[in-house]
Structure formats: C-alpha cells, structure tokens
Design a protein. Structure first.
Ligand SMILES: C[S@@+](CC[C@H](N)C(=O)[O-])C[C@H]1O[C@@H](n2cnc3c(N)ncnc32)[C@H](O)[C@@H]1O
Length: 219
C-alpha cells in the first residue's frame, strides 16, 4: 500500500454502489493504487511470529501477502477486486514468490483450510462491509495458538478534507475488539494500541498517521 493510504476516493461516504463494483472501479480506473510495500504496522507485529499459513483479508494489490511470502509464510490473499488481485499475483510471480491470490467477496467467501495467521490491514470501506461479522467468521479458521491481526486507520490523515473525514468512522482498538467480539469466546488480546507511523501524503507532505493495532490470539 502507499503511505498515503486513506486519501482518495474511498474517503467519500455517500457511495451506494455494490462493493464489487465500487472497489473494482477504484483499481481499474487507475494504475497501481498502492506502493506494493508492506503495511508497517502489520509487519512490526508479524515479524515476531513463527511462520505458518497466512491469510490476508482485503489484500488489495498484495503488498502484505508478498511480504509474508518473502518471510517464510505460506501466504494467501483475498480481495473483491479482480484487478487488484491480478496485480498482486503478477508482482509476486515477477519476484518468484509462491503466494496465492483469490478473488472473493468476504461477505460470503469461505476459506477451505486453517491458518496460523489471519490479517486485515485497513479493511475499511465507504460502501457496504460487514467487517465485524467477516472477521469473526473467518477467525474460526485460525488454529489454536494462531493470531488475528487487525490494523486500521484510527484517525484521518492531515491531507484528508474535513468533509471526507466527517463521513468516515475511525476505530479505536477498544471499538475494534468490541466489533470483532471474540474475546469471551476463547481468544486473548495480545495487543490493543494506537501506533504512530511516518507517512508521505499525495502531495509529498510528510506526516504522522495513527494506526489502531489489535492482535488477538486463539487460546
Ligand atoms: C483500503 S483497501 C486496503 C488494501 C490492502 N489491505 C492494503 O493495505 O493495501 C481495502 C481493501 O478491501 C477490499 N474489500 C472491500 N470490501 C471487500 C469485500 N467485501 N470482500 C473482499 N475484499 C473487500 C477492497 O477491494 C480493498 O482492496
């Protein structure tokens, strides 16, 4: 993804398009949308884990999937946009990485295996997205001892207009945990923090962004 994550058209709050149409247009209407680099807040958490099978939800153009594959994970990514998935698969193949990319709508898509790690980095959308239900359901595919890592924008970037920011919800780690709802169901909170990171805006402005970082471990 780019450091400028969170700017751009998905800042709008009034779009009524079906998610598949909305997100495919976001990617298809432009060239590569994100930088292809891993999300820093996700990498900081995952780098300390023993590699196994990983699944990235809403993987976009696959920066996190490629990073996992590079670091020994048997990595899979799923996204609703065929264009984003094709870009991720192409970039991974060009690098000789063994990673899987799947087109799927998380509202209904079901993995056919189990995972040591499920990640969701900025799985945030201005159109329909039953995020809590999706995370809760897919988390059932995490093995005991495995993790669910959820990273989200906790505040608007300075370059996002007040109008766009006003239409969006920015979670706290606590609201994330409440939305996911696994804690009374055999999961333990390992990390629940807002972490600040350096970022560069679309016009080259440097800024600091706040990420909500939540790590849940299945008991
Ligand atoms: C803000 S982007 C983040 C992309 C990527 N995780 C990253 O950090 O660069 C949100 C992603 O979620 C995907 N998405 C939104 N709704 C989805 C759904 N119902 N099923 C699968 N993917 C979805 C979008 O296509 C988009 O790639």
């Amino acid at each position: 993804m780019s450091d400028a994550h969170g700017h751009g058209t998905h800042g709008h709050g009034h779009d009524e398009r079906p998610p598949a149409e909305f997100w495919e247009a976001q990617y298809a209407e432009s060239g590569r949308r994100w930088s292809g680099k891993v999300n820093a807040s996700t990498a900081i958490v995952v780098q300390d884990l023993e590699p196994g099978r990983s699944l990235d939800l809403g993987c976009g153009e696959g920066g996190d999937v490629a990073w996992c594959a590079r670091h020994g994970w048997d990595a899979t990514g799923v996204d609703i946009s065929p264009t984003a998935v094709a870009r991720g698969a192409e970039a991974a193949a060009a690098e000789g990485l063994d990673a899987r990319f799947i087109v799927g709508d998380l509202a209904t898509w079901e993995p056919d295996g189990t995972f040591e790690l499920v990640t969701a980095s900025f799985l945030q959308s201005p159109v329909e997205l039953s995020r809590g239900a999706i995370l809760r359901r897919i988390a059932q595919h995490v093995v005991p001892g495995g993790r669910l890592v959820v990273v989200a924008h906790a505040a608007p970037p300075p370059w996002m207009s007040a109008e766009h920011a006003g239409h969006r919800e920015f979670p706290t780690p606590e609201s994330e945990i409440a939305e996911i709802g696994l804690v009374d169901d055999g999961w333990t909170v390992e990390v629940a923090e807002v972490r600040r990171r350096a970022a560069v805006g679309p016009d080259g402005t440097e800024a600091e962004l706040d990420d909500s970082v939540v790590v849940l471990r299945r008991d």
